[in-house]
Design a protein around this ligand. Sequence first.
Ligand code: AMP
Length: 400
Amino acid sequence: MKVLVINTGSSSIKYQLFDMPKGAVLCTGLVEKVGEDESILTHKKYPDSDEEVKHIETNPIKDHTVGMNRVAELLIDPAWGVLGSAKEIDLVGHRVVHGGESFSSTTEITQEVKDKIKELSPLAPLHNPANLIGIEVAEQIFTNARQIAVFDTAFHHSLPEEAYRYAIPNSLYEENGIRVYGFHGTSHRYITKRAASLLDKPLNKLNIVTIHLGNGASMAAIKNGKSIDTTLGLTPLPGLVMGTRSGDIDPGVIFYLNETLGYSLPEIKSLLNKESGLKGLAGDNDMRSVTERAEAGDKEAMLALAIYTYRIKKYIGAYMAAIGAKPDAVVFTAGVGENSAVIRSMSVDGLSHLGIEIDAELNKARGGERKISTLESAVAIWVIPTNEELEIARQAFELT
Ligand code: AMP
């Protein structure tokens, strides 16, 4: 069965074509700068194999419909594609960022589901409208396929009420749905399932702390295989220090910026979402360059790393308390978590009193799923590369 996974952003379309249930990747690609004059489409057939064929084109792609049509053409192109026709696609799995309280699991898309995703757009204004465009364009092109929505919030539906409620007037939750939803759920779910397999534990007995460190970042406390707490909230702004997002701050800072310093609300929104995090602290949201500067003795970069990793360490302690038992493992994933030995090492430094001890040599090794804790460490430390696309393909396949 051919399953196409689509992740549509405001100016991008990321896609992967899977052969399920094998999980083999047939094609993968990215359309960037949709709506600009110099859009870039990068497409690969049989990626990361001996047969890999790569194709790059830079043409103006005026909107998502044009972009997706071009992707469909490439998928059936004799040189770049693997299909005889777009009708061979059986399922399209869509990443949808915000499912609110309405969607606790993967769902087949109907008009009602689309209306609900639209209704939830104020909670994820950068993501849900783009996800919806992706769905509508895919419906027109892949007419034989069933369209499935996989929500980033769904895995965190198991949070208990004491973890998902804010201490604000009840009516704001009851009437307006203001609560913690959490994000990156597809990644946390994938990591949890992989960890159960790697640690050889039944999923419903697995206790871990998952640490997803990409450009966006979040952690989750997993008890008996279920998410019981997570650092992102109503929106993807709180919690860890991110590439350009602040993570936790005192909400009073917002009033101070507005009332005393004269920032407008749109300015504050932009400041906290786009100008803060690593970018705010070190002027750069790419962890590679910030780390290089810190290693060369740049004080600003060193402080940025200290703040970034101190926040992670604090949440490891908090989530061990939330789980209420020594977890089986602490797991790092995503761009920074998979690649940065320095960040992993600083994040768990000084936690041996909690039974967490990293092995400096193992931590330096690169690539793949690997255990990086010492033999004495009561809590294992793992690096598990995330694979959100495969998880979406599996979810879509399993639903049908
Ligand atoms: P993601 O959102 O998962 O694609 O992750 C993007 C982030 O991963 C960016 O901040 C990159 O700088 C970071 N990243 C990628 N490779 C490395 C690396 N080798 N060392 C440190 N950070 C990295």
